[in-house]
Design a protein around this ligand. Structure first.
Ligand code: NOJ
Ligand code: CA
Length: 683
């Protein structure tokens, strides 16, 4: 053990028990600025407990740590603290693409070693806590030990006893539609079982988000309310019985809490990325951010079909038209769905007939990719699986090989099936084929599957955009070809019902789903028309979405004939980057509105913009992020007079050009369901 003085200077104190028998040892540690203080103890029932204070106030009251096993006594009681170790980190690392190029990573760390008594089999369990100034992450590390070779985990019992009262924004975990649900705003003690990230605003203004980082070979967890404001992790189920099976030694994903004074501190926060391993793929210059259009909205609206027939969307001819439009309007890619065989029957939740190599007779994939190459455009590939990963795992490599041969470097995947509806027939990717097993979209099996796909795609220099995915836990740092995913209600819902997503949806997504990572939301429905009524959006909001909802691949989702009707809006879309040097939330409140300033990675331009909820408001934007001594031409797209998502006035848009410099301010009126977008170019 290190001398006490040294430990104290590292922000770590191990209290020396006055009478070893009576006083429980306790380990404390603090964040680099001292604002967050962790205490780890053993309670009167010999249970490992953790708690947090922030700025001297109790935030997380003593909360339990541990596991329930299917084949042995629980790892919840009978523990003592054996020892602890500290470490520190202070680093800046570079992202190949992202919301910002450089990420700061500064923390204090303590590993606490627990040992269960003899009557519990003397099991060993370590917990490493990493304390940042804007949050905390901790994970279990189960070391090699006699008598425990494989852990069969029935559930994890990590508790979070949140002390101050407050409000939560959340979607339920384990429900039929996976992550695709409308967010609820309730008191914290009215949450049931939630997916993460779940966001909270406490009475004193503190903002919290609970989530996880580096979800690898483990089940995703749901945030289950036990009583009052006490929650615990409950793991997504598995067909095997135990929700997680792991050979020792292993580490769980990090359990994370972002902690900030305000909405900005919650959003401009890289906690989960910092808790992931560095890039494992080496040179990833083949991963290319960019804008795209697609043969897609027509199927979502039911004007065209994925299946073959008179309304088939993916024809050679139509794809060439889309390629022409992409070339003319500076889109890097054209997504084509339904080009392959297997869509004709009942594919939803079945998917055994999907081919990943054979095209329909009216789609000449060789001709189309050749034509695209001539025009400097990329076909974006598509692999819908219907949730049938048995079929996909057997055939995906051939699918990626074909795409690679044809120059396709980005593939959208899909897992359309209800909860618990993933069809697997092996215990693990590449394993022996066995009977059908039904799995969950966020269970251990599907977590393994996604990484197997991403790793196989990487071998073919292909980037992945997964729909109906598992939640994002920052793995894009380790696998930078995992560029985007869905994992929330995207634009598609607006095709299916009037105001289906509602005007609050996107300003809520920014502070919830988006804290986990990029989303392929697919903005840019400039017609504002779904198949069953209009979108809960003004025209300016469609542009603001490009700044509010980050993704390195960003769609303009409408039909090209519709996009063509809006040349002034297309002027913005054709210029908006998808890869940034810096990003900051400059105005916003959870669920109400969100305005970002983002600096292009490839030019000195800045872009400002975002989205509003149903309440009209005027926001004062401060241009204090601009470079001093330069003037910028500001081109502004904003809600026009009387604009509102509720009526035809949703199309009212206004334009403005002016000169701004660092320190200037600009008042922008945001309509109900509105938004704004501003391009700033040095003069
Ligand atoms: C659901 C996805 O979200 C959507 O984008 C896709 O078009 C369909 N599945 C079909 O794969
Ligand atoms: Ca979907």
């Amino acid at each position: 053990m290190k001398p006490l003085a040294l430990l104290a200077s590292a922000g770590i104190v191990i209290a020396a028990p006055a009478m070893a028998q009576e006083t429980k040892p306790q380990v404390t540690a603090q964040s680099p600025d001292g604002s967050i203080v962790l205490t780890v103890t053993i309670d009167n029932d010999s249970r490992p407990m953790w708690s947090l204070t922030r700025k001297g106030k109790l935030l997380i009251a003593p909360s339990k740590l541990g596991f329930i096993l299917t084949d042995g006594l629980n790892m919840t009681r009978g523990f003592a603290i054996e020892s602890s170790d500290t470490a520190k980190g202070d680093d800046t690392w570079e992202q190949p693409w992202g919301e910002r190029r450089f990420v700061k990573d500064t923390y204090n760390q303590v590993t606490v070693r627990f040992k269960q008594g003899k009557t519990y089999g003397t099991r060993l369990m370590n917990v490493t806590f990493r304390l940042f100034d804007n949050g905390v992450g901790f994970r279990y590390e189960i070391p090699e030990q006699p008598g425990l070779k494989t852990m069969k985990i029935a559930d994890e019992t990590t508790e979070f006893d949140i002390v101050p009262k407050g409000t939560a924004w959340w979607i339920p975990g384990g429900e039929w539609n996976r992550y695709e649900q409308v967010y609820q705003k309730t008191p914290i003690d009215a949450v049931s079982t939630a997916h993460t990230p779940i966001t909270m605003k406490l009475e004193d203004g503190t903002h919290l988000s609970f989530h996880e980082a580096a979800l690898v070979d483990y089940a995703g967890y749901w945030f289950k309310r036990a009583t009052g404001q006490t929650f615990r992790t409950t793991l997504s189920p598995s067909s095997r019985g135990p929700r997680v099976v792991r050979d020792l030694p292993f580490a769980t994903p990090w359990r994370t809490v972002r902690i900030a004074d305000d909405a900005e501190g919650l959003v401009d926060n890289d906690l989960e990325l910092n808790l992931n391993e560095p890039n494992k793929l080496g040179d990833v210059s083949w991963v290319k951010p960019g804008r795209y259009i697609g043969i897609w909205w027509g199927m979502i609206r039911n004007d065209w079909t994925w299946a073959e027939g008179p309304k088939h969307g993916a024809t050679t001819e139509r794809t060439k038209q889309y390629i022409d439009y992409a070339a003319k309007h500076k889109f890097r890619g054209v997504l084509v769905e339904g080009w392959n065989k297997g869509w004709n029957g009942d594919w939803f939740g079945h998917g055994d007939e999907f081919s990943f190599t054979q095209a329909t007779p009216d789609f000449d994939i060789e001709a189309v990719t050749k034509y695209a190459a001539k025009k400097g455009v990329k076909l974006i590939g598509h692999h819908e699986t219907g949730g049938n990963i048995a079929n996909y795992e057997a055939n995906m490599d051939a699918g990626f090989a074909l795409y690679q041969k044809l120059g396709v470097d980005t593939v959208k995947t899909g897992y359309v099936a209800d909860h618990g509806g993933v069809i697997a027939n092996t215990d693990y990717p590449g394993g022996p084929v066995g009977p059908v097993r039904m799995e969950w979209h966020d269970g251990q099996r599907q977590v393994e599957h996604h990484l197997a796909v991403v790793e196989d795609a990487a071998k073919h220099h292909i980037a992945i955009d997964a729909h109906e995915p598992v939640k994002d836990t920052g793995l894009r740092r380790t696998y930078p070809n995992w560029v985007s995913r869905e994992g929330a209600r995207g634009m598609e819902y607006n095709a299916w019902g009037k105001f289906a997503n509602g005007p609050d949806h996107e300003p809520t997504l920014v502070y919830t789903r988006m804290l986990s990572g990029p989303m392929d939301f697919t903005p840019g429905v400039l017609s504002l028309e779904g198949a069953n009524g209009p979108l809960a959006s003004t025209l300016a909001k469609q542009l603001g979405l490009y700044l509010a909802i980050y993704s390195p691949i960003q769609m303009a989702a409408d039909f090209i004939e519709q996009l063509d009707k809006y040349p002034r809006e297309m002027n913005f879309i054709e210029s908006v980057p998808t890869d940034w040097a810096e990003s900051h939330l400059i105005a916003g409140e959870v669920g109400d509105y969100a305005i970002f300033a983002r600096k292009d990675r490839a030019s000195p331009r800045w872009f400002v913009g975002g989205v509003n909820d149903a309440t009209a408001r005027t926001v004062t934007l401060k241009f204090d992020f601009l470079d001093a001594g330069k003037s910028y031409k500001a081109s502004v797209w904003k809600d026009g007079e009387g604009a509102t998502y509720e009526t035809e006035a949703r199309h009212n848009i206004a334009y403005d050009t002016r000169t701004v410099k660092k320190g200037d301010t600009m008042d922008v009126w945001l309509a109900p369901g509105g938004g704004t977008a501003i391009r700033l170019e040095p003069r």
